[in-house]
Design a binder for this molecule. Structure first.
Ligand code: GAR
Length: 213
């Protein structure tokens, strides 16, 4: 079903982007930096983490963005956690939700509520190397080119329709850390670009085909 957002938002009421994180938050930082520009096309309305004490939360607080922590261990089961994340996101009234290094799978309750406007970024050229170790798995396979993929979330692991991709060469002598760092450089630019386009011009989805306007 086609999905779209209003065009040309007034600067006083910019589209609200909510970011879900689990770690260092360098992708979040790129979004915070983009949102800090005077003519920014969106604002980061809230940050939700499944882990306390991560650098991503410090980055949000430093930018004056409200945060919430929803930890799996605080719930009796996965469904409870899923409902907790859904509620935490709901509080920030998002136009778009971005999973930026969020390392948990979201379940039905979340997908019913926000699945149609949630994107995830992954450090490999999907559908190759999904999962928690996309960089390590690509290196182990010996690929010469990998990259970054932004997808719409669905109920699988990194299996949603592809919104955008960018390639990164694998260099002789790369290890997981050096390659991931180069991919993240590309991911930050790609993510800001995709989020900007989605919240300002919208997008359409037909089956697996996503078109940014
Ligand atoms: C990014 O490379 C992101 O693609 C990856 O975690 C990193 C987060 O970096 N996500 C996944 O692997 C999800 N499958 P950051 O914490 O520095 O923003």
């Amino acid at each position: 079903m086609p999905t779209s957002l209003p065009t040309t938002p007034p600067t006083t009421d910019r589209p609200r982007v909510v970011v879900l994180v689990s770690g260092s938050g360098t992708l979040l930082q790129a979004l915070l930096d983009a949102a800090a520009a005077p003519d920014a096309p969106f604002r980061v309305a809230g940050v939700v983490s499944d882990r306390d004490g991560v650098a991503a939360l410090d980055r949000a607080r430093a930018a004056g963005v409200p945060t919430a922590v929803v930890a799996l261990r605080d719930f009796p089961d996965r469904a409870g956690f899923d409902a907790g994340v859904t509620r935490a996101v709901e509080v920030f009234s998002p136009d778009l939700v971005v999973l930026a290094g969020f390392m948990k799978i979201l379940g039905t309750a979340y997908l019913v509520r926000f699945g149609a406007r949630t994107v995830n970024t992954h450090p490999a050229l999907l559908p190759a190397f999904p999962g928690a170790h996309g960089v390590r798995d690509a290196l182990a396979h010996g690929v010469k080119v990998t990259g970054s993929t932004v997808i719409l979330v669905d109920d699988g692991v990194d299996s949603g329709p592809i919104v955008a991709q960018r390639a990164v060469d694998v260099l002789d002598g790369d290890d997981e850390a050096t390659l991931h760092e180069r991919i993240k450089g590309v991911e930050r630019e790609l993510l800001v670009d995709v989020v900007t386009r989605m919240v300002t011009a919208g997008w359409t989805t037909q089956g697996r085909h996503v078109r940014l306007r």
